[in-house]
Write a protein that binds this ligand. Structure first.
Ligand code: C5P
Length: 299
């Protein structure tokens, strides 16, 4: 019988994010293109008599009580399957906290995959994604991975053909940003609510592997609000753009900034420059797309 399952779940960047008006449920209709990147949460689930959670890495010090999305994922899965919620969860966080890279969602996605295996439930990916959507808009994508278009809240997914590999310099901040706050700021700046759309040429560029076009035409409606709310992110964004003039994006609702680089060496030297000249917390190289939450080991 399986007593330990190890899972990796990726963070993401949004290559495209067009936001529409706020709906009555408080969420915004949007059109986004997610790309999963090789910054992984490592989730270990072990058999135990009760449900518990410990967090390390970037997660050290975060609440591990019932408010934690991983605990909520475990409870939801147990309830759905009609089994007792018993497991010891350990999450080593590598994805920035409150950084716009879906770290909390990756924790939830990884927990669903790990416990589905540990508890021998055999639920299919679509069922896990539906459960994930109850936990947060980005959870289904952290399960699916790769490159996908998200509509609705971002939780209605269609895989997108994407050729080629993307090399990113990912730059984090000491202080995170609250996603609801960024959306609220977006609402307060908006004059005329518009239906979110995606440019066909952008989707074609993804399929053709035209990474330059994708980088140069990336759109994020939350970038303005995020940069307005976060001085450090604005400083990094401006420094990155002016230093090498490479495509620079705000990841989701920020404040993490990602710079599309031609290769690892360019990314590393830009990272050194950024860390020396700005208030950035850290800068590291990441690649995408990569698979969604998956089991790496079990015993
Ligand atoms: O679904 P999740 O809990 O990750 O969303 C966090 C918050 O981000 C929501 O409570 C909402 O304020 C905002 N949000 C939104 N529209 C979306 C996704 C998120 O307004 N499509």
């Amino acid at each position: 019988m399986t007593s330990t399952v190890r899972v990796r779940a990726p963070g993401k960047v949004n290559l495209y994010l067009a936001v529409g008006p706020r709906e009555p449920d408080g969420y915004h209709n949007l059109v986004t293109v997610f790309q999963a990147v090789d910054i992984f949460e490592e989730i270990t689930a072990r058999s135990a008599a009760t449900l518990s959670l410990t967090m390390s890495g970037r997660g050290a010090g975060l609440p591990t009580d019932e408010s934690n999305l991983a605990i909520r994922a475990a409870r939801l899965l147990a309830e759905h399957a009609g089994v007792p919620a018993r497991a010891r969860l350990e999450i080593h966080k590598n994805v920035p906290v409150a950084g716009g890279m879906a770290g909390g969602s990756a924790d939830a996605a990884g927990t669903l995959v790990a416990l589905n295996r540990l508890w021998g439930l055999g639920l299919d990916p679509a069922t896990l994604r539906n459960l994930g959507a109850e936990l947060g808009a980005d959870v289904p994508f952290c399960l699916m991975g790769g490159t996908a278009m998200g509509t609705g809240r971002g939780d209605v997914l269609t895989p997108v053909l994407s050729r080629g590999s993307y090399t990113w310099l990912v730059i984090t901040q000491h202080e995170g940003l609250s996603t609801p706050r960024v959306f609220s700021h977006f609402d307060s700046r908006r004059h005329q609510p518009r239906r979110p759309v995606i440019d066909e040429r952008f989707v074609r560029a993804l399929a053709e592997g035209d990474t330059q076009y994708v980088g140069m035409n990336s759109r994020n409606d939350l970038a303005g609000p995020a940069l307005c709310l976060h001085d450090g992110a604005r400083q990094v964004y401006e420094a990155a753009r002016s230093h090498l003039a490479l495509p620079t994006i705000v990841s989701g609702s920020g404040p993490t900034i990602a710079v599309l680089c031609p290769d690892d060496d360019t990314a590393l030297s830009l990272g050194e420059y950024i860390c020396e000249h700005t208030v950035a917390e850290s800068a590291f190289v990441a690649h995408g797309p990569v698979p969604g939450a998956h089991v790496v080991d079990e015993s």
